[in-house]
Design a protein around this ligand. Structure first.
Ligand code: ADP
Ligand code: ZN
Length: 517
């Protein structure tokens, strides 16, 4: 049986678990009775969909919302998973198809509306098929005191007893009374494995920085934490080797780790990391699955992670012992371009690529956040009540300024050159510098030529990066990475919306001497 992580990426195209998901998947797949309390949007569905794939037979899913069930069934089918629903909204054809799939033993997930449970035939039917698990979505609907009470949910306990299979209950409602009622009515008062964990890791300090000299930035970060165990994540294998060497030259104990090394070398590094105090491992994302070291004091990203989920998972390897831990994530326009290209050039269907872009946007939104990173991060996972005080933006709130005017200038330069150029060329136009390419194309005749002299080249680079971070512009791989405007930018272009930019990343941008291209 492939691992949960493999199925996660093969069927759903996700690179990492959301907080809390992995533990729940494991318990459910092992056949434990489970109660998982996760915020809305936290990713509950996967917690029964993955175990359904990992177990023989059919998983019965009970959910009160017909539209949601149909949605999930559609999504599962698109992912190549046999799923069907029996609801009052079905056509006869749909129902017949579900029955056929059941009889032939093909179906992996069967969604049932609760009112179906009171039809006498349902139990008989479910007895005849090989049910391996009952999953109950919105389990708080068994609570007679809540507003969502569904009388039919009271039959679920009976169903569990009759079928003698494990049950996994999911809800976003966390209060103790509701929990007790769920345990009473669904599990006959036998305490299930219960997962209620905030996603916050309050001991981990969060920080991002724009790349200017990444090697030096990482070396400085490590130098301030000499003798502590840490991980540096890099985007490429070769970079892990170079950076590990640079760290050693600077007096650190450091080793590299990536998927291209043979198994024995990788194992040696894993064991060293586990046993030695103060070793730094410079690695690709291949490092981490098996790492269970409680006292990792810091995690740095030399390159932007793949998604906000991957970011959370990777920084989450620090400070498992509860002691203070530090993180630093570097990002730059090249990372953004690389990640966008990876998505666009991937083989995923268009809707998934759109979702991947959206997830990348969330990570970039976190990178360019104007207020508390923890709030932004946990808000994305559905957790709203957040106290922080342990992130770079709480330490020093960023100064912001109204960036509408320079952003509109940049957009105008992009549109007037018909979205065929990268930021380098566009910035020269804004600065009013001539070069062969500019004069050959007549770009020195554009009304935008030289309108951006109030900013320096590095400042413009920071503005373009923030524009990418806010998804106002995107490189088009079919135009060699030329920048194109997105719909998000329209209200700004039309002067209907303002955009605030961070001043610090603009004033601290590294100055490079002007070069004639
Ligand atoms: P819930 O039922 O908890 O409200 P869902 O199961 O509907 O949440 O998931 C919310 C969204 O999160 C969905 O769009 C889903 O595809 C996405 N999602 C879930 N797990 C992951 C993951 N590990 N990585 C990326 N996206 C995920
Ligand atoms: Zn904060």
């Amino acid at each position: 049986m492939p691992s949960a992580a493999t199925l996660l990426s093969e069927y759903f195209g996700f690179d990492a678990f959301r907080p809390g998901q992995e533990e729940v998947v494991e318990a459910v797949a092992n056949g434990q009775n489970t109660l998982a309390i996760m915020p809305t949007g936290g990713g509950k569905s996967l917690c029964f969909q993955l175990p359904a794939l990992m177990r023989e037979g059919v998983t019965v899913v009970i959910s009160p919302l017909i539209a949601l069930m149909r949605d999930q069934v559609r999504g599962l089918r698109e992912a190549g998973i046999e799923a069907g629903a029996l609801t009052s909204g079905n056509t006869q054809e749909e129902t017949d198809a579900v029955w056929d799939a059941l009889e032939e033993g093909r179906l992996k997930l069967l969604y049932i509306a609760p009112e179906r449970l009171s039809a006498g035939s349902a139990l008989g039917m479910l007895r005849r098929i090989n049910v391996n698990l009952i999953a109950v979505d919105e389990a708080h609907c068994v609570s007679q005191w809540g507003h969502d009470f569904r009388p039919d949910y009271l039959r679920i306990g009976e169903l569990r007893r009759a079928l003698g299979v494990p049950l996994a209950a999911f809800t976003a409602t966390a209060d103790a009374e509701t929990q007790a009622e769920i345990v009473n009515r669904l599990f006959d008062d036998e305490q299930p494995a219960t997962f209620l964990r905030g996603f916050d890791r309050p001991n981990i300090h969060l920080a991002f920085a724009a790349k200017n000299n990444p090697r030096t930035q990482i070396l400085n970060f490590a130098a301030a934490r000499k003798g502590q165990s840490g991980i540096v994540y890099c985007g490429t294998r070769s970079k892990t080797e170079k950076l590990a060497a640079a760290l050693r030259e600077n007096g650190h104990a450091a080793a590299h780790y990536h998927g291209g090394m043979d198994a024995e070398d990788r194992r040696i590094t894993e064991v060293r990391f586990q046993k030695e105090d103060g070793l730094i491992v410079v690695a690709t994302v291949a490092f981490g699955m098996g790492v269970d070291k409680p006292d990792i004091r810091w995690v740095a990203h030399a390159d932007l992670p793949k998604s906000i989920e991957a970011y959370y998972q990777e920084i989450g390897r620090a400070g498992r012992d509860g002691g203070p831990a530090e993180t630093l994530t570097l990002f730059g326009p090249d990372d953004i371009r690389l990640r966008r290209n990876q998505i666009d050039e991937g083989l995923a269907p268009p809707e998934r690529r759109m979702a991947d872009h959206a997830r990348l946007n969330s990570l970039l939104g976190l990178a360019e956040a104007l207020e508390c990173r923890r709030k932004t991060l946990l808000g994305y996972f559905g957790e709203d009540e957040v106290t922080c005080g342990k992130c770079d933006l709480c330490d020093t709130p960023p100064e912001v300024f109204d960036g509408t005017q320079p952003v509109r200038m940049a957009l105008s330069a992009i549109l007037r050159t018909e979205e065929w150029y990268g930021s380098g060329h566009l910035i020269e136009i804004l600065l009013g510098n001539t070069n062969d390419r500019i004069s050959a194309r007549g770009h020195d005749q554009l009304p935008t030529f030289g309108v951006g002299k109030a900013y320096t080249r590095p400042q413009w680079q920071a503005i373009f990066r923030q524009m990418m971070g806010h998804d106002l512009i995107r490189p088009d791989p079919e135009r060699h990475g030329a920048l194109r405007m997105t719909d998000t930018a329209l209200p700004i272009l039309r002067d209907q919306e303002k955009i605030m930019l961070r001043k610090d990343s603009i004033t601290s941008a590294k100055r490079r001497p002007a070069v004639k291209a």
